[in-house]
Design a protein around this ligand. Structure first.
Ligand code: ADP
Ligand code: MG
Length: 729
């Protein structure tokens, strides 16, 4: 299969070095790798021999079709071997390009070979040399010839690296050609691959190529089938490691203790009865699952997933209510200040019949509300007190604030709860045991208790992700929207229909409705005074245009991340109070914003957003009895864009859209996935549900038998190393 006995001339020249080398040898010690190449490799994170060997090709060129001169066919990949009969350099008639022309002969005939701008070839290749070529034959004025083929000399060594076989092609990087990588990698692989240890447990290895075969076959495959099998092995390995990580995390959490919260069913039922709407069945089911979890004395680790507008907040509030009544504190964390503020208002409204103290902590501005049913009954509004941050922290520490709502400011070191029992996260998926424990420190005797965790997301998580990245979380799904919501009419708007769309907007505003306009950027790209058609629309420019030229008589405002918290809040408040007709914004409005009177979502440069994200934007409207609309503006309607946007017209199901995104754009474009540091192969394999399921099963089996991986020390070590590169958040 592979020829370890013959390392070829390149390898043998450095024979004396190999004895001292192993996988951890730094690349500087490899004599063929000059300093400039060392730098380029390091840019890719390649520091050791091992890194180099695990730098995999992303595709292959099949040059295994070895033919004779008489059999060459136009435009077909092939390899050909023969003797150089003639070689000469010349210039094209415009004198710009140097041509190296070779006449190559075998026993069936001769053919011309041309290389462009590589004059040094004349010093490398001599008449009489035997060479092997690989590439395509093209048709010139004087017949068929090879144009810029790959080549290698075969005078001395029969071993082929660049031609006559399936050849690896590595991801394009400046200054590191695939030819160079092959030249470096091959001798190292031949000499050192036997030192690569198998990390997969022996129960699993029979199902895949052994590592030493796989690493050879992924670089220098004997067939495309073997290349695929090798890739599958490494994809599996990465998925398997991810599964081990999440399952270990789950085991860790299961070992911790939490306060068991008694279920106060009567109170919950009363609360639900008094709501101004009827809960959907999935809301009830999810709430029930959460309340059941809270009763246990080990920490809940649950993800509540439901499409935008499906009513997750009220489910979380039911959980919070039960916890507070059971005399625990609750922390509720939102991704942005706007949302924290909105939750503060909404939750205070929902809990108005209780004597609770609710705090708001955003880092920039802090507030507290003392709810009092008596004031409510007397027809007085509950008062919002502006109190200092220090005061809030003190009250949280003393247990005088029952529910603290906020942004990331909530997890700062200074925030300590007296008896925190539940952490609710909106759109921030994970919160490790350590982070949770830290919030409880200072709470005296209860320091060892870990709060329950309820994480909420509107991002639909495809099944493969639920099994991998989110594999440590239990899942509750809200699968239906509240009754009576109208379908949002979605359309793709071409540049020529823009005027008509603006006219439509005017009509909606006349009816008393409000409009969102989403732009991909805040400001125009630098150095572009003239806006080109390819330029992403910027909030500031659109705002100017819409407020002055298009809708001078309407109230237009803008909202973006560079504004201060106060400014943002002010704008949001005005929008909610209908003092603004059109809000031009970046993706800040993406998650959670609830303005039922807004009925039209207009998205500029829709092609720049993922489907799931567009679906989220769309979810900002359609929250009332009025018919709502979503206009997708696109400036560069490529086929792929159209296909994607069409999926949005066809489907209102967030899950379907996420699966579609996964299919069309790949997992890297799913929200959040990029920053997790998932290695490439695992990332690509996230499309493969069968492989994911296999990896999960295997990881479970191993951990059941050997939870600390004491019998699989190499695996344990690899897992540790793997963990440092990954940050699942
Ligand atoms: P999301 O799941 O996107 O966070 P919200 O919790 O913000 O959704 O709920 C969206 C809106 O729907 C809110 O105004 C909320 O009061 C309302 N709502 C929630 N549940 C129901 C229901 N079962 N029937 C009708 N309206 C509901
Ligand atoms: Mg929400």
């Amino acid at each position: 299969m592979d020829r370890t006995s013959d390392c070829g001339s390149e390898g043998c020249r450095f024979d004396s070095y190999w004895a001292h080398m192993d996988l951890s040898t730094p690349i500087e010690k490899i004599p063929q790798i000059r300093v400039i190449y060392q730098k380029r490799l390091k840019k890719l994170g390649i520091k050791t021999v091992s890194d180099l060997l695990f730098h995999f090709p992303h595709r292959y060129e099949d040059f295994s079709n070895l033919i004779k001169v008489s059999d060459v066919k136009l435009n077909e990949n092939c390899s050909l071997q023969g003797k150089i009969l003639e070689i000469k350099n010349s210039r094209t008639w415009k004198k710009k390009i140097i041509l190296t022309e070779v006449i190559l002969g075998d026993e069936t005939g001769a053919i011309k070979v041309v290389w462009f701008n590589q004059p040094y070839l004349i010093k490398v290749l001599k008449p009489g040399d035997f060479i092997s070529l690989a590439g395509k034959v093209v048709l010139g004025e004087k017949g068929l010839y090879f144009s810029n083929p790959a080549y290698e000399k075969i005078n001395l060594k029969p071993e082929l690296t660049h031609t006559g076989r399936i050849v690896p092609v590595y991801p394009e990087t400046e200054g590191l050609s695939s030819r160079w990588l092959r030249y470096i990698l091959k001798p190292i692989l031949i000499k050192l691959r036997k030192k690569i240890p198998e990390i997969l447990p022996e129960e699993i290895t029979p199902r895949f190529l052994p590592i030493q075969t796989a690493i050879w076959q992924i670089h220098f495959p004997d067939s495309l089938h073997l290349a695929k099998a090798a890739k599958k092995r490494f994809s599996f390995e990465e998925l398997f490691l991810i599964e081990l990580l999440v399952l270990k995390e789950r085991m860790k959490i299961n070992k911790e203790k939490a306060v068991s919260i008694p279920l106060n069913l009567k109170m919950v039922k009363d609360f639900v009865k008094k709501l101004s709407f009827t809960l959907t069945n999935s809301q009830k089911k999810s709430a029930w699952q959460i309340l059941k979890d809270l009763q246990k004395s080990r920490p809940m680790n649950r993800l509540l997933e439901g499409d935008v507008g499906s009513g997750k907040t009220v489910v979380a509030v039911i959980a919070a209510l039960n916890v507070i009544k059971g005399s625990g504190q609750v922390a509720f964390m939102a991704p942005t200040e706007i949302l924290a503020k909105q939750h503060f208002q909404e939750v205070s409204k929902l809990l108005k019949d209780f004597h609770f103290n609710i705090g708001l902590l955003t880092g920039k501005e802090d507030k507290m509300i003392q709810l009092s049913p008596y004031r409510e009954r007397a027809g007085l509004k509950n008062e919002v007190l502006e109190i200092s941050r220090r005061k809030i922290l003190e009250k949280v520490f003393k247990g005088e604030i029952d529910l603290l709502i906020g942004t990331h400011a909530l997890i700062q070191d200074k925030v300590k709860f007296k008896n925190l029992a539940l952490v609710i996260l909106d759109e921030q998926h994970r919160f490790g045991v350590e982070q949770r424990a830290r919030l409880c420190q200072g709470s005296g005797g209860q320091a060892k208790l870990i709060p329950h965790l309820l994480s909420m997301t509107a991002t639909p998580i495809p099944r493969t992700l639920a099994l991998t990245i989110y594999g440590d979380l239990d899942l509750s799904l809200i699968t239906e929207l509240p009754k009576g919501r109208k379908k949002i009419k979605t359309s793709v708007i071409s540049p020529s229909q823009r005027e008509k769309a603006y006219h439509f907007i005017k009509k909606e505003v006349k009816k008393g409705r409000q409009i969102f306009v989403i732009c991909p950027r805040i400001e125009p790209q630098e150095n572009s005074e003239i806006l080109s058609w390819a330029e992403a629309k910027a909030v500031k420019i659109e705002y100017g245009k819409l407020s002055k030229d298009i809708f001078p008589d309407l109230k237009v405002e803008m909202l973006h991340g560079k504004m201060t918290a106060k400014e943002k809040e002010n704008v949001m408040k005005k929008f909610k109070e209908k003092k603004i007709d059109i809000l031009v914004s970046t993706s800040v409005v993406e998650v959670g914003i609830d303005v039922p009177n807004a009925t039209l979502m207009m998205i500029e440069g829709a092609e720049r957003f993922g489907l799931s994200q567009l679906h989220q934007f769309r979810g900002r409207v359609g929250r009332s009895k009025y018919q709502s609309f979503c206009f997708l503006f696109t400036e560069s309607p490529t086929k792929k864009t159209n296909l994607r946007l069409k999926a949005l017209l066809d489907s209102e199901d967030g899950f379907q859209l996420a699966e579609k995104d996964l299919e069309i754009r790949g997992p890297g474009d799913l929200m959040g996935v990029r920053q997790w540091g998932i290695p490439d192969l695992a990332m690509a394999a996230l499309k493969d549900i069968f492989l994911v399921e296999k990896a999960r099963k295997a990881a479970k089996e191993i951990l059941e038998k050997d939870p600390e991986l004491k019998k699989n020390l190499l695996l344990r070590e690899r897992l540790k190393e793997f963990q440092t590169g990954i940050h699942l958040e």
